[in-house]
Design a protein around this ligand. Structure first.
Ligand SMILES: Cc1cc2nc3c(=O)[nH]c(=O)nc-3n(C[C@H](O)[C@H](O)[C@H](O)COP(=O)(O)O)c2cc1C
Length: 323
């Protein structure tokens, strides 16, 4: 067994940090050990204290980074094992990842290309509906991570989900502190936050809300969801930090699958952030059977559309320490 070189571990962390995160807050801190292992810590200074007081979105974001690390490590010949929430007495230590040097994965180029291509493209999708079997194929990627992604295709449940999304938006728009928090992440810095250049004028229920889901200045939609958007509810059997991490890794796995098959995916977290709509989503759309963690909007972008600019990431020296 050979331990990875410093440069290889640095590269894995760099790839992991391309993961999606709420408001592009990148709420993670990595610690590398000489033997080839990494620790992933929550960076609570980057938690959305108003929208996300429990740290659900933070853990989902970190879970996505874990999936990125272990999926793209093999593209460099680094094969990883993950231990989630390894120390109950230190809850901010979210995961330990151990890597061993092996052969470079046969599909290395595909893994890296998928990571490069994945992005949050909030422009309106085409009206081609995503067939249920296609949604089920995407959903399968969540299972190995101990989460599930439930397609919402029945018209009654679908209508309920749409109403709940709107209700959550309205509720958040009525909270000035939350609006201020969201605004703070718009053009937050050169290396994080949502870039204002690609953020569109607002058309949320309250026009003053800097809307998370408007990014195409020429193609605005009046609502977060269109009737033909494919919908998945990402959910877990329990509702604690360990399961939020699982759901985050599952989010990334489903997103990789969508990207590979040419589908666009946009997470919608408001409906889960607001306690009452989270409760109703669980009861009315999931029949109380599981805990919703994110709603995923899935669809096809128009052929030939320009690609969106890549969102920035913090430099490695800010997020990685060597022990
Ligand atoms: C937990 C989580 C919640 C998110 N919630 C939303 C959301 O409600 N609306 C939205 O448009 N994007 C949402 N996103 C996408 C992020 O804004 C996006 O990942 C981030 O800006 C980085 O951009 P990228 O995905 O293109 O790399 C969410 C992402 C994560 C991981």
């Amino acid at each position: 067994m050979t331990a990875p070189a410093v440069e290889q571990l640095r590269r894995v962390v760099e790839l992991a940090c391309r993961a999606p995160s709420v408001h592009n807050s990148q709420p993670w801190r990595w610690r590398a050990h000489d033997g080839g292992s990494l620790e992933l810590w929550a960076d609570r200074s980057r938690q959305l204290t108003i929208a996300d007081p429990q740290g659900r979105d933070l853990a989902l974001s970190c879970g996505a980074a874990i999936h990125h690390a272990v999926t793209c490590g093999p593209a460099l010949g680094l094969w990883g094992r993950v231990e989630l929430a390894p120390d109950p007495s230190r809850t901010d230590l979210l995961a330990r990842l151990g890597f061993e040097v092996g052969v470079v994965a046969a599909d290395a180029a595909d893994r890296l290309l998928t990571l490069e291509r994945r992005s949050t493209d909030r422009r309106r999708f085409t009206r081609w509906p995503v067939p249920r079997p296609r949604l089920l194929e995407l959903a399968a990627a969540a299972v190995p991570w101990g989460a599930s992604a439930v397609p919402v295709t029945a018209s009654g449940e679908r209508a309920r989900a749409e109403v709940l999304v709107l209700r959550a938006q309205e509720e958040q728009a009525r909270d000035p502190a939350l609006v201020e928090e969201q605004r703070g992440w718009l053009d937050h810095g050169r290396a994080d936050g949502i870039v204002g250049r690609v953020a569109a004028p607002t058309r949320s229920p309250r026009p003053e809300l800097p809307h998370r889901s408007r990014s195409d200045t020429t193609d605005l939609v009046p609502r977060l969801l269109d009737g033909t958007d494919g919908l998945l509810v990402l959910c877990t059997a329990s509702d604690d930090q360990l399961h939020w991490l699982r759901a985050g890794a599952a989010l990334s796995a489903v997103w990789f699958g969508a990207t590979r098959s040419g589908l666009s995916l946009v997470p919608l977290s408001q409906v889960v952030e607001v306690a009452t709509t989270r409760r109703d989503l669980r009861r009315e759309v999931l029949s109380g059977a599981a805990h919703p963690q994110l709603l995923l909007r899935v669809g096809w972008q128009e052929i030939g559309r320009a690609t969106m600019p890549r969102t920035p990431r913090r430099p490695l020296h800010e997020v990685l320490d060597w022990l």
